[in-house]
Design a protein around this ligand. Sequence first.
Ligand SMILES: Nc1ncnc2c1ncn2[C@@H]1O[C@H](COP(=O)(O)OP(=O)(O)O)[C@@H](O)[C@H]1O
Ligand SMILES: [Mg+2]
Length: 426
Amino acid sequence: MSNAVIEVEHLSKLYELGTIGSRTLRESLERWWYGIRGKEHLLRKVGAKHQTMPADHPQAGPRPNTMWALKDVSFTVREGEVLGIIGRNGAGKSTLLKLLTRITEPTSGRALIYGRVASLLEVGTGFHPELTGRENIYLNGAILGMTRTEVKRKFDEIVAFSEVEQFIDTPVKRYSSGMYVRLAFAVAAHLDPEILVVDEVLAVGDAEFQKKCLGKMGDVAKGGRTVLFVSHNMASIGNLCGSVIHLDHGRIADIGESESVISSYLSLSREANQFFANPSERKGDHRVRIDDFGISPPHPRTGSPLKCTLDIQADERAAEDITVDFSISFVTEYGVKIFQLHSGHVNRGIAVKPGRSRIIAEIDSLPLTPGSYRVNLFSGSGGVLYDWIPEAYALIVETGSISDGIYVDNRGYPVVIRSKWSRTPD
Ligand SMILES: Nc1ncnc2c1ncn2[C@@H]1O[C@H](COP(=O)(O)OP(=O)(O)O)[C@@H](O)[C@H]1O
Ligand SMILES: [Mg+2]
């Protein structure tokens, strides 16, 4: 068995809520980072709300208004291992990475790291805003203990990967968040770290760049380096990571081989066959609001007819009918879009009366193979978004048939369509 490169023992981190303590350079950088991302800074947000922590909260700390962002976490990472870290927002993923990269100190417990760590975290650590891209590359190399010559050798590769060539002599504070992440990732991944730590910042980049980064992380891993990767994208985690930690409320809920941890996380994450208004992700002006969604039969099978109902509420103040498009879209558990039932594909908008009504969409044969899926709901018109509810429903499709009782299995393909087969010459 290969050597342990990270040993985490009973690691805990307690945060004070409602305090605004921005003292270290790193925290200032963090503020600046949230600034360029147009995001409210976490500390400011926590402070401004005078958030309180109920004493019976699972993460309540020993004193009033303290919380355990991470509590009693222990695990070992071996050389060459690619470890994914998953969990809901606030589960403690970023806190764990910040402890491992020494950006913040643990309250108790310890993390032993054997090797040079390069990291790309949510926060703008490692880059100095006043320095140019070029200077930051050298600075980071120096932090990683590389000589100028060594960095020089990697320089062109980094710049090419980051695609910020034109701006390489511009202070990074003038970079867009996308440019910043590109360069930061390129630096972290190319400076030959022994351990590469990547938080979900990649979500900022476009799909193309994300793909490139995932590919690069795969290369780093194949080169025998250790990679720690936080993401909400279960497909990326599943592809890249051999093992996964599922964090929940600051504790390890599950740890092990990636496929099993991911699938139990996904099945936990939402009650099946139940409408979920998803308030934190929902968008739109709610002129035509979706109040409920249901399906019939309640336990559909592959190939069975499916009827979907949308209970909607159109603005009562509207003087006349509102013309609306609806969409019911199906995605895999991993977030891959499969197909949508879109009223606009078959109608020129549906006229709905102010007040409540029910919209029905039907298909003859459900083309999904057995498994779990998510349903996203949409209402809108002419580019105006009335309501968008991602992951409004978790759909379980049972084994069924598209032809004379021959059962269809999944084999990794979410969609099945009827096909005719023949042989020639006959
Ligand atoms: N500097 C901080 N001060 C106070 N609370 C914090 C601070 N950083 C994180 N937290 C809190 O710790 C918890 C874990 O946060 P985080 O590690 O960022 O979660 P994740 O990355 O899994 O979304 C959250 O409840 C968050 O609000
Ligand atoms: Mg995070």
